[in-house]
Design a protein around this ligand. Structure first.
Ligand code: FAD
Length: 379
């Protein structure tokens, strides 16, 4: 480890590694990434890997559209197979009110250039005859949405960043940060380093890291449980999701079905336990909607965290109170899919003082001083 770096990134999840990779691509490779555990050990390695552009907030649509452009070239750029598949996202609505909201969303998404379909129940039945559509009012579908393997994406960014000169130290916790006139002093479990710029990409620990420099981030982490089945013959292309039905589900390249739901009674905090109730509820719900899952065995069940902001949208940018302190946090359930575009945007902010591909102005910390509009399309 050197004594000083231009940029120190805290967190080697998909966001931190994407930031590091994009910085190096722009020629800034005097970069160090610290992770208190291993690469992909946080929310990233625990997530479902869904990548969708169908959001209710225009800036999330645009960020996700940019991410999809970057996902499309990630394998050729990094030389790694990340199991990326554009099998589409099928979003099922179970209420009239939500269906009306979907129609408004689709209008806005199309205005932004996204190719999205509104599907009647009959149309969904024709395309996916093996889904039980009882109670479904309508669905939306976007073919360029899809999924990838989160571990592989995280490692694709980490390995490619390292090749470009970035140093990544795992099992190295940042336990304190001093703010000096022209630099930061980071205290880690492997010693002290200085950096001109610090990026907080600590996922569920984002608030703790910000508090080390006296910034109060309104983020809280909530446990989300998720489970996976044994592999079966591959036939299910899209990610199926419902906000009113509270579930998401997809088949991996290896044939396993991965699925989860949110728990409205979950309290904030870092809880990695799992519950039998989750498995019981999921099995009942998923075998009703996807009857083909009835005799498929569950092989694993785990938990991770959504790092939530008050409006369920990320907080991205430079602190207005501590110069050169950046954050890319509060991603709710969509940090994996946004990581390519966000990494690129943070790198551009650092390199050029402005973003070139996406507008982050609505995602700054100051927005919480005004009335916030919550992203609706979340499980
Ligand atoms: C069950 C579940 C399903 C999800 N499904 C999806 C999905 O389908 N699509 C999607 O886009 N998103 C999904 N998400 C959300 C997604 O996982 C996160 O938004 C995303 O992974 C955040 O990435 P990150 O790099 O910010 O955080 P993380 O991956 O958590 O990385 C943060 C890293 O910071 C490190 N760290 C923390 N504190 C310190 C410290 N003091 N010093 C050093 N290192 C530190 C941690 O060890 C960790 O490795 C899901 C999340 C869960 C839990």
């Amino acid at each position: 480890m050197k004594n000083s770096y231009k940029v120190a990134v805290i967190g080697a999840g998909v966001v931190g590694c994407s930031v590091a990779y994009h910085l190096a691509k722009l020629g800034i490779n005097d970069v160090v990434v610290f992770d208190k555990s291993y690469i992909s050990s946080g929310s990233t390695g625990r997530c479902a890997g869904g990548i969708r552009q169908q959001w209710s907030s225009p800036h999330n649509v645009l960020l996700a559209m940019r991410s999809v452009k970057l996902f499309e070239k990630l394998e050729s750029e990094t030389g790694m197979d990340v199991e990326y598949k554009q099998g589409g996202y099928l979003i099922l609505s179970y209420s009239e009110e939500e269906a009306e909201q979907f129609e408004k969303n689709v209008e806005m998404q199309r205005e932004l250039g996204l190719d999205v379909e509104i599907l009647s129940v009959k149309k969904v039945k024709e395309r996916y005859p093996y889904i039980d559509l009882s109670g479904v009012v309508l669905a939306t579908f976007c073919q360029t949405d899809g999924h990838a393997n989160p571990h592989l994406v995280n490692f694709a960014y980490a390995k490619s960043a390292r090749k470009l000169g970035v140093e990544i130290f795992t099992h190295t916790e940042v336990w304190g940060i001093e703010v000096k006139d022209y630099e930061f002093v980071l205290h880690t479990t492997k010693g002290k380093v200085t950096a001109q710029i610090v990026v907080n990409a600590a996922g569920p620990h984002s608030r703790e890291i910000a508090s080390m420099v006296g910034v109060d981030l309104p983020t809280e982490s909530y446990r989300h449980q998720i489970m996976v089945t044994e592999p079966v013959k591959n036939f299910f292309d899209p990610m199926a999701i419902s906000f009113s039905g509270n579930f998401y589900m997809r088949q991996t390249k290896h044939g396993q079905f991965i699925m989860g739901q949110g728990d409205p009674n979950e309290k904030p905090g870092l809880n990695y336990n799992v519950t039998f109730e989750f498995v019981e509820e999921m099995c009942k719900k998923m075998t009703r909607i996807f009857p083909f899952l009835r005799n498929v065995r569950i092989v694993r069940h785990w938990s991770g965290h959504y790092n939530m902001s008050p409006d369920a949208q990320p907080i991205i940018g430079e602190s207005t109170t501590v110069k050169n302190f950046y954050y890319a946090v509060g991603f709710s359930g969509h940090g994996f899919m946004l990581a390519p575009a966000v990494g690129e945007a943070i790198a551009e902010l650092i390199a050029y003082g402005k973003t070139l591909h996406v507008d982050l102005s609505e995602l700054n910390l100051d927005r919480f001083e005004k009335t916030v509009v919550r992203e609706r399309n979340v499980v």
